[in-house]
Design a protein around this ligand. Structure first.
Ligand SMILES: NC(=O)c1ccc[n+]([C@@H]2O[C@H](COP(=O)([O-])OP(=O)(O)OC[C@H]3O[C@@H](n4cnc5c(N)ncnc54)[C@H](O)[C@@H]3O)[C@@H](O)[C@H]2O)c1
Length: 392
């Protein structure tokens, strides 16, 4: 535990990949800059620790523009220099997935605390090695588990904690939207997402989210059966050039879960970049239990109790008159829930100051990589695979 006297007044955070979509929008713009504006992170004793970003990247011009636009004093293209700088406390990475594990290793060996986007590595072996290194070096490591900080999922988790569902039977998730091919209209996601060689693919991208979401809401994932496919085989890149989309753009998966009490729950999640949205939100989860059900999106959560459950009768000859969507009650937040990335940053930085582990560390990150790997293997081998416990 760091005492109030030797507690740092400023945490210097090297931010790699801030010119990218996530690094810029969620981490710099919505998290670190607002925290700096507010005077830093508030600690349990009411004092504050200020944050000082250092922008790290390859393109000097983009870094200078960003630094000027947001009044950030320091930027650099020299990652090694940043890692060798003893005044840098935290190394954050939102760069390309394929570069991540090597960068994080170097940062931890240099004694930096690390906070990182997911997936932490491209292979389970690398992800486990990272988790083991974090445990050895004793630094505070955190991986973005942003979905668990979303208002909708916070409310859903609260219903689980309150015993609202009775015995939980199943959780079903529907994630996705249409990502334009890039010929007529520009794609709204980077082209590397659709190339296997560059770490792309929806299974790799989303199963590390589903791992912690399922674990954080229901319990550990014990098996996976997935079908990962490439629906759109050709796309057009940022320069308008056609390319072969080698990576999967949809994954249809069934998971066997286990609650902390040891009860089995069935999970099922569709993930797709080739689906059009007929939902209220881009991701929705429905949990059904013996005493009640709930549907949560990013923001909202609605619930229906056993006593309020209507009794529909199947009759294909009659038009539907039941107002099904009106039969659910909104679950209030009862608290102000700010941007999820920002709230996790605050929690992580408090952990750094206190010198303790972050609750979503590199072991949890490795389980995400494990689930993605097993999902792809399950699809290739057309069979259900157990998810073994990891040993570091
Ligand atoms: N938590 C989430 O919900 C979420 C959502 C999307 C992406 N991500 C993760 O965030 C990371 C970044 O994704 P993004 O969508 O922002 O991607 P992006 O392509 O917009 O940004 C990637 C960054 O890497 C840099 N980069 C690109 N090519 C490079 C190269 N050859 N060498 C070195 N650097 C290079 C880019 O300049 C940019 O700064 C990925 O690991 C992705 O999996 C997380």
């Amino acid at each position: 535990m760091t005492s109030a006297v030797d507690r740092p007044r400023v945490l210097r955070i090297a931010m790699n990949g801030v010119t990218g979509r996530m690094g810029y929008r969620q981490h710099l713009l919505r998290s670190i800059l607002p925290l700096r504006e507010a005077g830093g992170v508030t600690l349990p004793d009411g004092s504050r620790v200020q944050v000082e970003p250092i922008l790290v990247g390859r393109n000097e011009r983009k870094l200078v523009d960003l630094a000027q636009q947001h009044k950030v004093e320091q930027w650099t293209t020299d990652v090694e220099g940043v890692l060798a700088d003893p005044t840098v406390d935290v190394f954050f990475d939102a760069g390309m997935t394929s570069h991540r594990s090597a960068l994080l290793q170097r940062a931890m060996r240099a004694g930096k605390h690390v906070f990182t986007e997911k997936p932490v590595a491209e292979t389970l072996e690398d992800a486990v090695a990272l988790a083991a290194l974090a445990a050895q070096t004793g630094i505070t490591a955190g991986v973005v588990h942003d979905k668990l900080y979303l208002p909708g999922l916070v409310k859903l988790r609260r219903l689980v904690d309150e015993g609202f569902f009775g015995r939980i039977l199943s959780i079903r998730g529907e994630f996705g939207y249409w990502v334009f091919e890039g010929d007529q209209q520009a794609a709204q996601r980077p082209s590397w997402n659709y190339r296997t060689a560059e770490g792309g693919g929806i299974t790799t991208d989303m199963f590390c989210h589903w791992s912690y979401v399922l674990e954080g809401i229901i319990g550990r994932v014990r098996s996976v059966s997935a079908l990962s496919v490439t629906h759109i085989p050709q796309r057009w890149d940022e320069q308008g050039r056609p390319y072969d989309a080698t990576a999967d753009d949809a994954a249809y998966a069934v998971f066997e879960l286990e609650t902390p009490a040891g009860d089995p729950v069935v999970g099922q999640i569709n993930s797709s970049w080739a689906v059009r949205v007929h939902r209220d939100e881009l991701v929705e989860f429905q949990v059904d239990g013996t005493h009640g059900s709930a549907v949560a999106g990013l923001q909202s959560c609605v619930a229906q109790q056993r006593a309020h459950t209507p009794k529909p009768v199947w009759n294909p000859d009659l038009p539907v008159t039941d107002p099904f969507r009106d039969q659910w009650l909104d679950v209030p937040a009862n608290a102000e829930l700010e941007n999820g990335f920002k709230r996790q940053w605050e929690e992580f930085l408090r952990d750094v100051v206190a010198g303790r582990p972050h609750r979503f560390g590199l072991e949890s990150a490795a389980r995400g990589v494990q689930l993605a790997e097993l999902g792809l293997r399950s699809s290739a081998e057309r069979r259900t695979l157990d998810v073994p416990e990891l040993s570091l």
